[in-house]
Design a protein around this ligand. Structure first.
Ligand code: HEM
Length: 470
């Protein structure tokens, strides 16, 4: 068996059934409420460019790499985040980096970019390794065969990473409480209410929607304490702030006006970075571990790689770069279960995309969930085939056919951070443990801000033989 080949055919990772044809407005609204993934028809995965008019107004769904490049890069200035996305995200994330537009967005992105340069990500590596080892220490005393909710465990460890990197002075609250609050908050706001889809005003009561005020109060309290503690420790001179997220937010100055970020922008960004920075990576890690559990031959190959590459230590020079099967697994998990399953924009002015007219106000949707499984772009699109991301083959994948982190000016600022973190945590866990999917639990991917397994991911913990250190 060649280890660059998928050794076992035809494991089809779970996905909701696809309606045969376009669905009616009522089914669409219900689907958006229950699970937006289930609203995509079979044709969506086969037709490269769909234009339609429905409850969301005029919509174009793009699965053509050149069309996607046009919207995200070449003519990005003509597209902004659309109203539905803002209605869903803004209550908690305010005008943070994910949701801000125009000059406000530019000033924030410029201020925060220094925290995510490759050099900074390198400097975060020891903290990421320490967090992965922290999780190993947490699981090591657990008995063989113990059932774990891997989804909750991954949220916990990725939050720990944020705490030890971009929030080195902590989050002013117990991280376990924070992880739970963020999970509940995303569950609540991520359920897209029909009134939001229809654009009804805020005062119209969203009956049935989970109330997230308690979580918002929790975040507001934590953020206020964080900022107050930092301001107190800095005294009068905020120029001496450490160059962590809070330091950069507090000292950011607009080069033209010399103005700093407003209190609201600072607060919104703290919640944005905690939200965008841990649930996403946690989801990708959870799916990686699940997919490996369904593919024992590939899992054995990844374990062999990890044992060899980390024989001395994960921080030995070049050790992480040698984890090519681990990285391919993480990238394939991001393909099959992209944590940000839908990206959307609104056209500011009229445009033409590959010869199709776009009017001002049209919504343009690029769904990594559909794009990554599109029959015109991928071989065996619905199968777990991590070898497609191995060196030598990965280069053939079109940049605009694979968008787990988006593209263009609004590309994920944490992409390099998340990739490093994902590979380190996955490799460290695989060196010590083997996780099997818990029998009797049905896995259903569900879109709630991030794409997560419905009801968590129960898995059975097995201890691998103690790794031998050289
Ligand atoms: C596997 C993990 C991650 C995935 C799949 C992911 C995905 C994405 C995507 C697709 C976007 C672009 C959204 C759009 O174009 O509408 C985005 C933006 C963003 N991400 Fe991530 N992300 C991940 C990890 C992180 C991490 C670790 C951080 C921070 C520590 C982060 C912070 C952000 C922020 C602040 C933005 C907004 C950037 C802007 O608009 O300028 N993300 N992310």
């Amino acid at each position: 068996m060649s280890l660059t080949e998928a050794p076992r055919p035809a494991f089809r990772p779970p996905a909701p059934p696809r309606p045969e044809g376009p669905i009616g407005p009522l089914s669409f609204l219900l689907g958006m409420w229950r699970n937006p993934l289930a609203t995509w028809s079979r044709q969506s995965f086969e037709i490269p460019f769909i234009q339609a008019e429905g409850v969301m107004g005029r919509v174009a769904v793009l699965n053509e790499p050149s069309a996607i490049r046009h919207v995200f890069v070449d003519n990005a200035a003509n597209y902004r985040k659309d109203a539905l996305q803002l209605r869903v995200l803004s209550p908690g994330l305010g005008n943070g980096l994910l949701t801000a537009e125009g000059d406000e967005w530019r000033a924030q992105r410029r201020a925060l970019a220094p925290l995510f340069t490759p050099k900074m990500v390198d400097s975060f590596e020891p903290a990421m390794i320490a967090c992965a080892e922290w999780l190993v220490a947490r699981w090591t005393p657990l008995r063989e065969g113990r059932r774990l909710d891997v989804s909750a465990e991954m949220s916990r460890v990725t939050l720990e990473v944020l705490q030890r990197t971009i929030f080195p002075e902590g989050l002013a609250r117990d991280p376990a409480d924070f992880a739970r609050a963020m999970g509940r908050y995303f569950d609540g706001i991520g359920q897209v209410h029909p009134f939001d889809v229809l654009g009804l005003p805020k005062w119209a009561p969203r009956v049935g929607k989970r109330d997230t005020r308690q979580e918002l109060r929790f975040f507001a309290g934590a953020v206020a304490d964080l900022v107050e503690e930092r301001r107190a420790s800095l005294g009068a001179s905020s120029e001496a702030a450490p160059r962590d997220l809070l330091g950069l937010l507090l000292t950011a100055r607009d080069p033209q006006t010399g103005e700093g970020l407003s209190e609201a922008e600072i607060n919104a960004n703290i919640v944005t970075f905690i939200g965008a920075g841990h649930e996403t990576t946690a989801s990708a890690l959870t799916w990686s571990l699940y997919l490996l559990s369904q593919h024992p031959d590939w899992r054995a190959a990844v374990e062999a790689e990890v044992d060899e590459a980390l024989a001395a230590s994960i921080d030995a020079p070049g050790a992480i770069d040698r984890l090519v099967r681990t990285r391919a697994t993480f990238e394939e998990a991001l393909r099959l279960y992209p944590p940000a399953a839908t990206l959307s924009r609104e056209a500011i002015g009229p445009d033409e995309i590959n010869g199709r007219p776009i009017r001002a106000g049209d919504t343009v949707i690029v769904s990594p969930w559909v794009l990554h499984r599109h029959t015109t772009l991928w071989e065996r699109p619905d199968e777990f085939a991590p070898e497609r991301f191995m060196p030598g083959r990965r280069e053939a994948i079109d940049r605009f056919a694979y968008l787990p982190f988006g593209a263009g000016p609004r590309v994920c600022i944490g992409m390099g951070f998340a990739m490093r973190e994902g590979v380190i945590i996955l490799a460290t866990l695989l060196r010590h443990f083997r996780l099997d999917h818990a029998p009797g639990h049905e896995v259903t991917p569900m879109q709630r801000i991030t794409l997560r397994p419905k009801g968590g991911m129960p898995m059975i913990l097995r201890h691998r033989a103690k790794p031998v250190k050289d």
